[in-house]
Design a protein. Structure first.
Length: 208
């Protein structure tokens, strides 16, 4: 890295806040049960390159948040009769969050390839590395993994509702809308939590 931590600056990357607004009456998990990792050392200094990792994680999340907004627009177009349900399902299945590497895979593929050269680093290697480097993070990492599984289940629920919508089943549009509201809530909550707990450890512990 270009700068050593001793010549860097205090950590200045702010996680995206969760305003608590929710669209769905259903809750994907109990947020009060989330563990927290160790607080950052106030004396620790970070290089610009170290801090860039956390910023990039937020950027990746922002891209996924934008995808959710586009999904909602596409859903509204179908509801208004301006688009075909099959086109909506096709759009959904092309979304980054629908792919197997949506969690930390998108972060690793772009940031790790461009900045660290670890073009073969996979999603599954990030959590084990952080947990081994700082065991105090393990409870957080386990919880994030559980939430990833819940989100994957909600995504499958959306697809099942879209299949019903394409088939013309009664009530399918409401099922799609309800599931999209739920995934929007889950993503807003999860991304904020993941950023809060991981952006500093990513800077402090790196990827090695």
């Amino acid at each position: 890295m270009a700068d050593e931590p001793a010549t860097g600056s205090p950590f200045a990357v702010d996680p995206t806040p969760d305003d608590g607004a929710r669209r769905s009456g259903e809750r994907p998990w109990d947020e009060s049960e989330r563990p927290s990792g160790p607080p950052p050392d106030p004396e620790r200094r970070y290089s610009a390159a170290e801090q860039a990792a956390g910023r990039h994680l937020i950027d990746v999340h922002d891209g996924l948040r934008a995808e959710l907004s586009r999904l909602r627009v596409a859903l509204d177009e179908v509801a208004a009769g301006e688009s075909d349900p099959a086109a909506l399902r096709s759009f959904f299945n092309r979304m980054t969050m629908r792919q197997n590497n949506w969690t930390l895979g998108a972060f690793c593929q772009s940031y790790c390839r461009a900045v660290t050269g670890h073009h073969t680093l996979e999603d599954s290697s990030v959590f084990p590395h952080l947990g081994q480097a700082d065991p105090r993070l393990q409870a957080v990492l386990d919880r994030l993994g559980e939430e990833h599984e819940t989100i994957a289940e909600i995504l499958e629920r959306i697809d099942a509702a879209l299949v019903a919508l394409v088939a013309g089943e009664a009530g399918a549009m409401d099922r799609v809308a309800d599931a999209v509201d739920l995934i929007a809530d889950a993503m807003a909550s999860h991304f904020s939590y993941e950023e809060r707990e991981l952006i500093e450890p990513l800077a402090r512990l790196g990827f090695h």
